[in-house]
Design a protein around this ligand. Structure first.
Ligand code: CA2
Length: 162
């Protein structure tokens, strides 16, 4: 899954609460490269599992991956006008560099959880700093793809049912 949104068109007659899952650069390679660090699950399989987890409780889970900082910023801005209630984000390398993406999340004021597949604190020192953690509801790292499911469970517990 790359540069695309996986979701059904929102039905205005029956609008479910929406959660947006954002994936940063190179995460489209999941499952194909470096499985010893990032695991064997693909982005598509992670999305399918989260979509089913949301569907079970009547919540629409949408996923979007981009290798471009500007596209991720644009997606965060659109989320506000679409009424997205919660964001789960793995900013990937932008974790350590992107003030623009941080500013977008702060501007829309949609609560978000930061997820990392690997334990960023046990790796190179430049990965220890995140531009997102201090404004996130919470941070999960080092639990592989399970981290997304845990983040979604936490988000589901925090959104307002319609
Ligand atoms: O552990 C994570 O989830 C990271 O956000 C992944 C980023 C890295 O820059 C962060 O420090 C921690 C890298 C994503 C690259 O994804 C790949 C996936 C498969 C193969 C190669 C790269």
């Amino acid at each position: 899954m790359s540069k695309q949104t996986r979701t059904k068109k929102p039905d205005p007659q029956n609008s479910k609460p929406r959660i947006l899952v954002l994936h940063g650069p190179n995460l489209n390679l999941l499952g194909a490269r470096e499985p010893e660090i990032y695991g064997r699950n693909t982005l598509e399989s992670i999305h399918r599992a989260m979509e089913a987890q949301g569907r079970a409780v009547g919540v629409q889970v949408e996923s979007y991956q981009s290798n471009s900082e500007g596209e991720l910023v644009d997606r965060v801005q659109s989320a506000a006008s679409e009424g997205v209630q919660f964001i789960i984000i793995n900013p990937a390398a932008y974790t350590h560099t992107s003030i623009a993406l941080r500013d977008a999340l702060a501007a829309v004021a949609i609560p978000f959880i930061e997820v990392h597949l690997s334990n960023i604190h046990s790796r190179e020192s430049f990965r220890k700093h995140s531009y997102f953690s201090d404004i996130a509801v919470g941070v999960i790292c080092g639990l592989g793809s399970e981290g997304y499911e845990l983040a979604l469970a936490a988000a589901l517990a925090r959104i307002n049912p319609t």
